[in-house]
Design a protein around this ligand. Structure first.
Ligand SMILES: [Zn+2]
Length: 233
């Protein structure tokens, strides 16, 4: 069995059905356990319902994080059009709009989409990114908060982000990057990929991006990485 990211032969599982790639360092669920797109939607939707049962509290919890992420993004891109992939209840979109960004996004959970409409008057696409009918080169920035690990084909999704970005536009991604002990303590069956920092760099470059920032996110209990990359002009 070969790594889907770099084609290196994978070793035996390091935990449950999770295989680690000795080449790029990414860990991936065994192919037989990767669901179809429809089943992945169902899994992610039920995950979102549990994760965000109290959305007002969730919004308050994430406020400082989103302000910090916007501070970072605005060092590289002036406020323009931003697309939030997996926007949940629109918490980041609300924070970005308050700072002068034109915001759009998608989210698979219909209840989260409805909540964002009621609470913030946001119109979020309730579909997969690639089904949202977005034009080429429409956005100055794309963001993904804790989404790429839930995606069936991360490189395909990142290539779609690349397509909708303007030349010179930026992508800001946050994913968990757990060490081996954290993987065993916090095993998440609905994460199809557990990224290493090198492996995240590898998939972003595969999708055509150039690195600006790749660093540990300070705010979280479990290790996370923030990646800010640019689509070459
Ligand atoms: Zn690999």
């Amino acid at each position: 069995m070969k790594c889907i990211f770099c084609s290196t032969e994978l070793g035996p599982p390091i935990h449950k059905n999770l295989h680690e790639c000795p080449g790029c360092g990414n860990r991936r669920i065994a192919p037989a356990d990767i669901p179809s797109k429809d089943n992945a939607w169902r899994q992610n939707r039920s995950f979102m319902l549990r994760a965000s049962s109290n959305k007002a509290k969730e919004a308050a919890r994430l406020k400082d994080a989103h302000e910090g992420q916007l501070d970072l993004l605005e060092q590289y891109v002036k406020p323009g059009a931003v697309y939030d992939v997996g926007a949940a209840g629109g918490f980041f979109m609300k924070a970005a709009r308050d700072r002068g960004w034109q915001v759009a996004g998608n989210e698979l959970s219909a209840s989260s989409v409805a909540w964002a409409k009621r609470a913030y008057d946001l119109d979020i696409d309730c579909c997969y990114l690639e089904d949202a009918g977005l034009p080429d080169g429409a956005f100055d920035a794309v963001v993904m908060w804790n989404v790429l690990e839930h995606v069936v084909d991360p490189v395909l999704t990142l290539r779609e982000c690349h397509r909708i970005l303007k030349p010179g536009g930026c992508i800001l991604v946050k994913v968990p990057t757990k060490n081996a002990a954290e993987l065993r303590r916090h095993f998440e069956w609905k994460h199809f990929t557990e990224f290493s920092r090198n492996g995240l760099d590898h998939v972003l470059k595969q999708a055509g991006f150039v690195r600006l920032v790749l660093e540990r996110s300070a705010a979280d209990k479990v290790s996370h990485t923030i990646a800010l990359y640019r689509k070459p002009a």
